[in-house]
Design a protein around this ligand. Structure first.
Ligand SMILES: Nc1nc2c(ncn2[C@@H]2O[C@H](COP(=O)(O)OP(=O)(O)O)[C@@H](O)[C@H]2O)c(=O)[nH]1
Ligand SMILES: [Mg+2]
Length: 329
């Protein structure tokens, strides 16, 4: 693709054109060499865009069945009412797990396919172990450049699955009444400490209010011991739509308090891990050792990312260097 074409695509993505977003998604999932090169350049161009900087990337995590998909749909609806554009990505960490895709048919039906300001995509990471799922990270970058809010649904239980949520600016943990598990997971360090908690299915149980209060005080008690900020707990019924607007308001407030500098730092760290996982997947630890080790590569990636180079491009540079060196041995 000529760079003029890429530039036009970037512009159309910036205007939130659905066909352009779809074209970009196809490009990053194309494994052919030329497509990879274009995808790398595209992601580099997108990461600096104004809308991308201003976007809010929200991870919705929690055990299966708590209502993440239903909540994502309900949240998207409220955001659309507020004229915010939304990209929804559902990441299925294990295509082998029974029960099908994370974004169930019922939740999928809740989205209006004719809505120009809403894009829904689900991906299976096929149980990819360690590191970010490449396509998920790329989709988030594309959505962020096209839409005001990106919702990323993922199961947040289990170490390698938390990585997808790492690309989020804000992590929302969803639980249901009567599940003390979430707290145990947080305490054990299995689950990332969320920025916000949601006790969903409030309509189903009289215990929901109690569960929310317990979770809230437990999280408060953990302050200092790993939890460095107040974690608000929200009570919702994604099915009935209650509490969802309150959640949307809390999310908007949180986004407004996030300093640009910390967002930039966080997003650059995502690029570093992303580049490393791409390179390691291609060349293994032998590759990283040959180029001076993980620490050196991390430092280099951080510097390159700061120059606006995408993770794909960084990984490609390393591959070239590694293969050249191997040829000269
Ligand atoms: N009663 C009730 N059921 C809900 C609510 N939210 C989701 N569900 C149901 O819980 C089940 C799992 O929901 P889903 O969104 O697929 O959960 P996920 O696996 O976390 O994405 C579905 O049958 C939903 O209809 C809610 O607020 N109240
Ligand atoms: Mg789901």
């Amino acid at each position: 693709m000529a760079s003029a074409d890429l530039g036009a695509l970037v512009e159309r993505i910036g205007r939130g054109e659905k066909t352009a977003v779809a074209a970009a998604l196809n490009l990053v999932e194309d494994t052919r060499a030329e497509a990879r090169e274009n995808a790398g350049a595209l992601l580099g161009l997108l990461r600096g865009s104004a809308r991308s900087q201003a976007s809010h990337r929200i991870g919705i995590t929690g055990p299966p069945g708590v209502g993440k998909s239903t909540l994502a749909a309900a949240l998207a609806r409220v955001l659309r009412e507020d004229k915010k554009t939304v990209g929804v990505l559902a990441v299925d960490p294990s295509s082998t797990r029974s029960g099908g895709a994370l974004l169930g048919d019922r939740a999928r039906m809740a989205f209006d396919p004719a809505d120009e300001g809403l894009f829904v995509r689900s991906v299976a990471t096929g149980g990819e172990v360690g590191g970010l799922a490449h396509s998920a990270a790329a989709i988030v970058r594309i959505f962020a450049a096209a839409y005001d809010v990106v919702l990323i649904e993922t199961t947040g239980v289990g170490q390698n699955e938390t990585d997808v949520a790492d690309v989020a600016d804000t992590v929302v943990l969803v639980v249901q009444p009567g599940s003390g598990d979430a707290l145990q997971f947080i305490k054990a360090g299995v689950m990332e400490i969320p920025d916000l908690c949601v006790v969903n299915k409030a309509d189903e149980s009289v215990l929901a209010q109690r569960a929310a209060a317990d979770l809230s005080s437990a999280l408060h008690a953990m302050r200092g011991a790993g939890v460095d900020h107040e974690v608000k707990v929200c009570l919702t019924s994604a099915l009935a739509g209650t509490g969802v607007r309150e959640l949307a308001t809390l999310l908007t407030q949180r986004r407004a308090t996030l300093p640009d500098s910390s967002l930039r730092t966080h997003r650059a760290l995502v690029d570093v891990s992303w580049a490393l996982s791409l390179f390691t997947r291609a060349h293994g630890s032998h590759g990283t050792e040959a180029l001076g080790g993980t620490e050196a590569l991390r430092e280099e990636a951080a510097a390159r990312a700061a120059e606006g180079v995408s993770a794909l491009q960084i990984a490609a540079e390393w591959s070239t260097r590694y293969l050249d060196a191997a040829r000269h041995r």
